[in-house]
Design a protein around this ligand. Structure first.
Ligand code: UGB
Length: 597
């Protein structure tokens, strides 16, 4: 009350709302008018931000928190009343006729797509200091994840438009950032001319953090270092839905005929191998929601896609997060919990958090929910009385929980792909990765890069080329398969059909080789490679790569992750290339060329 004279009308309203929600402690320490007045005003700036960025405002946040904290204290299981069972979905086999026809359908649809990258996470598990999308996807070319994603979207745009004849569609690309990643993401884009994308195609939506909760009464926590600031933490990737809703972009896109929104995560270097076919599945099957999945090893830190049937008859196909799947199974008559079946995999496909939503029904749903996603709270209690927390907590939400509010008539499906083709995220630091149980994926920078070479080698093999077998090596304590280091630009091998048309069966690549294909019209026909070969060409050139290329190539040097003389990007993968000898050719003139030695 003593400070009322300081506050504007809307600040008074915010203060009243906080007091009504039992938040008087936030003001208890405030001195009289005239002392710390600027800090008090800044406090309300923050309150206003927290209030406006949450669907329903801060009062809703506090009420939701009270309910979820009470449920948590009572040990209430969020899946009470639900029985899990194995769902059925579309299972694709790479390279067969079914796969090729879904891929073709997906490329056709791509001109109606919008891509949304959720990149607000700091990647605490990886422990990397920078933003994760700036990490190299592989170190043969050194291209970062963001560059690869943008080049892949542009390649899809071009291929999709070609099918249409003349078409000038620019596929929109949204990046959700947070205070932790926003400035660095913008800097990465700006200092690289948006990696060839038109800046107007890119929309950045920054998520706000949410207020921390100090106790079971949902009293907001003050920052321990600043008593005029509420402590905040990330709310999770589920924020992407409310941000898209409030941005007004969805309606704009609908009015220009767009049909699909594709969500994806920050460090999956294989994802675009799977995008076209998965989009084809959505379009062909008419799915309102399509989640991409891969076979999952029990206990792997990815959610399991599960069919849930409630005692009241409701059913839904939804991701059950990895820490909840085991208790849910145990509580419903599966004494082994999250265990592998005789196939060696969990019967619940692994969610890789690539969602394809049909835009029209998505907008209709968001009109109802305003993008609010079912939340959860995960307090760490000091003891079994569950009366106090070890540190403040907050509500969280996940983007894959979007289908939870959908009506039973919604068409919710999923598409399972081979892991080698579609999923190799970079999430774990070297120490944690080395401790992963044998047989489970490391999800580290080491395995993420090696997975690119394995996938490209297997794709070329499937196209008929002879690719030498892998060798096994250990980097940063992780035993990984090392295949020939083959990479290509997305415009060269966007789909399997593209690769089939550009690689002829009479070609071979030895295990120690490096092959970089950088240009659209490069045909590998009768090449026998034993060493390092880099082929660059402009679009107007048509290059036939043939003959025997042999040189000393690149060797792989081990790097210890504790070796601080190396760059962090190198240390976390545990190896680097020593470029001993290579053949690099550049075709800069239009017309037909032949590399033959
Ligand atoms: N992210 C944000 O943009 N904002 C946030 O506040 C938090 C994250 P994590 P997680 O595919 O491997 C997910 O931390 O949440 C972005 C699925 O829930 O890497 O542990 C962040 O930048 C799980 O079901 O993953 O697990 C990143 O791009 C499983 O699918 C993305 O959200 C798992 O991913 C994911 O954040 C997986």
């Amino acid at each position: 009350r003593r400070n009322l004279g300081l506050l504007s009308d809307d600040q008074v309203e915010l203060a009243k709302m906080l007091l009504n929600q039992g938040q008087g402690h936030l003001f208890e320490h405030w001195p009289e008018l005239g002392v710390d007045d600027d800090n008090k005003k800044t406090f309300f700036d923050q309150v206003r931000r927290l209030h406006s960025s949450y669907p329903g405002g801060l009062a809703s946040y506090i009420q939701n928190a009270k309910k979820l904290l009470a449920d948590s204290k009572a040990g209430q299981n969020p899946y009470d009343g639900f029985t899990p069972s194995i769902p059925s979905g579309e299972v694709l086999t790479f390279g067969d006729d079914n796969f090729l026809s879904f891929e073709a359908a997906g490329v056709k649809e791509a001109r109606n797509a919008i891509f949304v990258l959720v990149a607000g996470g700091l990647g605490e598990r990886l422990g990397y200091k920078g933003i994760k999308v700036a990490l190299p996807r592989e170190t043969t070319t050194g291209k970062c994840f963001l560059q690869h994603y943008i080049e892949s979207i542009l390649a899809l745009q071009e291929a999709s438009c070609k099918l249409e004849g003349e078409c000038h569609t620019k596929i929109p690309f949204v990046i959700m950032t947070s205070d932790d990643t926003n400035a660095l993401t913008i800097k990465l884009l700006e200092s690289n001319s948006y990696f060839g994308m038109e800046p107007s195609q890119v929309k950045i939506l920054k998520q706000e953090k949410v207020a921390c909760l100090a106790d079971n009464d949902a009293r907001l926590a003050l920052d321990p270092n600043d008593k005029y600031k509420i402590q905040t933490k990330p709310h999770g990737h589920g924020d992407v839905h409310s941000l898209l809703y409030s941005s007004g972009l969805l309606e704009q896109w609908k009015s220009t005929g767009r049909k699909w929104v594709l969500f994806f995560q920050d460090t999956n270097g294989l994802l675009f191998n799977a995008i076209s076919s998965a989009l084809g599945v959505s379009a062909t099957k008419g799915y309102n929601v399509n989640s991409l999945a891969v076979p999952r090893k029990a206990k792997e830190a990815i959610g399991g896609i599960t069919k849930l049937t409630h005692v009241d008859g409701r059913t839904m196909v939804i991701n059950v997060e990895y820490n909840q799947l085991d208790p849910l199974l145990r509580a419903t008559g599966h004494p082994d919990g999250d265990a592998n079946s005789e196939t060696g995999y969990s019967p619940y496909p692994g969610n890789i958090n690539q969602l394809i939503l049909e835009l029209g029904p998505y907008i209709e749903e968001l009109k109802k929910t305003h993008g609010a996603i079912s939340e959860f709270v995960n307090p760490k209690y000091t003891d079994s009385t569950k009366t106090a927390f070890k540190s403040s907590t907050r509500l969280e939400c996940m983007m894959q929980d979007y289908p939870k509010t959908l009506p039973p008539t919604a068409k919710v499906g999923f598409t399972v792909m081979d892991t080698w083709l579609a999923y190799a995220p970079v999430k774990n630091n070297p120490e944690d990765a080395a401790k992963v149980p044998k047989g489970n994926p490391f999800h580290s920078a080491t395995s993420g890069e090696m997975a690119i070479y394995r996938a490209n080698s297997l794709i070329l093999r499937k196209a008929g080329a002879q690719i030498s077998d892998l060798v096994i090596s250990t980097f940063n304590g992780q035993e990984v398969e090392v295949w020939p280091r083959i990479t290509w630009s997305p415009r060269w091998g966007l789909t399997f059909k593209d690769v089939q048309q550009k690689v002829h069966g009479n070609s071979s690549v030895s295990q120690r080789s490096v092959l970089v294909i950088n240009g659209q019209n490069i045909i590998i026909d009768g090449l026998s490679l034993d060493g390092a070969l880099i082929v660059n060409s402009i679009d107007e050139a048509e290059v036939k790569v043939t003959g025997h290329v042999e040189n000393k190539g690149w060797t792989i040097r081990h790097v210890d992750h504790k070796d601080t003389s190396e760059k962090e990007e190198t240390r976390i993968r545990g190896f680097k290339f020593e470029k001993v000898e290579q053949l690099e050719v550049n075709y800069t003139e239009p017309g037909k060329h032949c590399l033959s030695s």
